[in-house]
Design a protein around this ligand. Structure first.
Ligand code: NAI
Ligand code: MG
Length: 366
């Protein structure tokens, strides 16, 4: 019996095209005896709706929950614009995040040397950049109650969103950030707006408390607006940044864009460790969507998907060395000048999805 289980949900559009490249990697690492993965796959998003009339079936949700890690492509597309709201493709993602209770969203911003001159910032500011944003994903203002729009009857309306955080939610996300910092640069920046928000005051208090358990990790407080400024001024000052759902949404996009295109960006979402096995539920997906404009053309960049798989190797299976090799292979093909259309540069060879995937695999084999 295989030691580790992966559940693959390619989804829609380019999701299916880029997942193929990950499947080839898995076949190779298994074949070499580097991994012992069993894989199963299911349908999510429009693909599931077309076949089963729902964005994801209960059976596939159960399989996702039973697996050691879920590898997800992307969902959605104009074909499903008019399906009933509760069955829209994105419902698959929301349901999976909820049922897996993945509260910690990890978004790395890494600058591959070959792409340093493609950044919107000066090369010296981003060369060697390696930041990890840890965003709280299941609480905060996106979910807090009350959440309403009220008609005031005088031609005016009132909209309310509520930011709610409890100690345990801040505690557990802070621990994820500190644990990760220990495996990296040993530094955490905690971003909030404690100057104007009560939830920020509690955030800071709890993070500082957790920090006492990690005397070996340097903790810095930063106001979220200043964090946005510093990220584009001197990004290399950061190692791990932990923040709430709303600020994390924005700051992770800012950090990501320092280093490249949407087609390059991986992510991981982790749940709490199981009290018995210590394993965390985990969900790995590229940041981008299903890219209907280029779907079916074989030109999607598979790097975000492959880098998401590398994150699975690192965070779910502790295969740090193999994860590093996969990332090294990505870096090497970029240094060789290979580019998909989204990261095309003058004088570099533009390749399709399959050729990029094959080139990365070839580097791994060396
Ligand atoms: P998108 O991320 O799919 O595409 C935005 C732009 O980036 C497009 O021009 C696309 O061609 C390009 N792009 C994205 N990934 C690429 C890749 N790997 N290689 C090359 N180019 C790439 O976002 P958009 O267009 O706003 O949404 C399209 C569909 O995807 C919608 O149905 C949306 O709801 C869904 N979506 C799904 C997400 C998910 O499954 N996690 C996340 C974001 C959007
Ligand atoms: Mg966003």
């Amino acid at each position: 019996m295989a030691t580790h289980s992966l559940f693959l949900l390619p989804g829609d559009g380019i999701g299916t095209e880029i997942m193929v490249e990950v499947e080839k990697l898995i076949a190779w690492t298994n074949g070499e005896g580097l991994t012992d993965f069993s894989t199963d796959s299911g349908l999510a998003g429009g693909a599931a709706y077309d076949k089963h009339g729902v964005a994801i079936t209960d059976e596939d949700v159960a399989k996702a929950k039973a697996a050691d890690a879920v590898i997800f492509g992307a969902v959605g597309g104009p074909k499903w614009d008019n399906v009933p709201y509760e069955h829209r493709p994105e419902a698959a993602l929301l349901r999976l995040r909820k049922e897996l209770a993945v509260f910690a969203n990890l978004r790395p911003a890494i600058c591959y040397p070959a792409l340093a001159d493609a950044s919107s910032l000066r090369k010296e500011l981003v060369e060697g950049l390696d930041i990890l944003i840890v965003r709280e994903l299941t609480g905060g203002v996106y979910f807090g109650e009350p959440k309403t729009i009220t008609d005031l009857g005088n031609g005016q309306k009132r909209a309310i969103d509520t930011q709610v955080y409890e100690t345990y939610e801040i505690d557990r996300i802070a621990r994820v950030a500190f644990d990760l910092a220990r495996t990296r640069g040993g530094k955490v920046h905690s971003a909030d707006k404690k100057n104007v928000m009560k939830s920020g005051v509690l955030w800071d208090e709890v993070v500082k408390g957790v920090g006492k358990d990690y005397p070996d990790v340097e903790l810095h407080h930063i106001l979220a607006d200043n964090a946005a400024m510093q990220l584009v001024r001197t990004p290399k000052q950061f190692d791990v940044m932990v923040t709430d759902n709303l600020f994390g949404d924005i700051l992770s996009d800012v950090a990501a864009m320092l280093t490249g295109s949407l087609g390059m960006l991986p992510s991981a979402s982790l749940g709490a460790p199981d009290p018995v096995t210590g394993k965390r539920k985990a969900f790995y997906e590229p940041v981008h969507g299903s890219a209907p404009d280029i779907a079916g053309k074989g030109i999607a960049n598979p790097i975000a998907m492959i880098a998401s798989f590398a994150m699975a190797l690192r965070y779910s299976f502790n295969m740090i060395e193999l994860a590093g090799k996969v990332e090294g292979a990505i870096s090497a093909v970029l240094s060789d000048g290979l580019r998909t259309g989204d990261i095309a540069q003058d004088n570099r060879k533009t390749v399709g999805t399959e050729e990029m995937g094959a080139a990365i695999l070839a580097k791994l084999k060396q």
